[in-house]
Design a protein around this ligand. Structure first.
Ligand code: ZN
Ligand code: ZN
Length: 145
């Protein structure tokens, strides 16, 4: 699977049995359908976050194409206007988060601070810590997906 932005192959990060596709070139993150729900461990966090997603009607940013079906995705705004805009596949294959957007959403959604996957992501990308110091397995996606 390739990055919808720069078309580079995405790297698969296995975090607590959830596969997160990450672009090393633009630092964007792709979550397959249902993975955001898996990352959010509690129903409380899930409901709160899902309610923050609103279809964006007047965003000028170009929508990317879904890395699975190749169809143009739809923009969703999260939080108050202009805070974070993500691309979601119309066929519900998943959601693309540009660099920093997943982090913003986690903050807006006030996700449980004990959340393991969020903490792994924080350590990996949001504190610019070297990857080798984290207990994660890094698999390069062979492009068969
Ligand atoms: Zn990229
Ligand atoms: Zn799709």
């Amino acid at each position: 699977m390739n990055c919808p932005v720069c078309k580079e192959p995405l790297v698969v990060l296995e975090l607590e049995q959830v596969e997160v596709d990450y672009c090393t070139s633009c630092a964007g993150v792709w979550l397959d359908s249902g993975e955001l729900e898996l990352i959010l461990e509690t129903d409380e966090d899930r409901n709160r976050l899902v309610n923050l997603f609103k279809e964006a009607t007047d965003v000028n940013e170009k929508s990317y194409d879904c890395p699975i079906c190749g169809k143009q995705m739809r923009k969703y705004e999260i939080g108050e206007k202009g805070k974070a805009v993500v691309d979601k596949c119309r066929k519900n294959h998943g959601i693309w988060f540009d660099k920093g957007e997943l982090q913003k959403i986690v903050e807006f959604g006030s996700v449980n601070k004990e959340n393991k996957i969020i903490n792994l992501l924080k350590n990996m990308f949001w504190k610019s810590m070297p990857l080798a110091e984290n207990k994660i397995s890094l698999n390069i996606d062979g492009g068969n997906k």
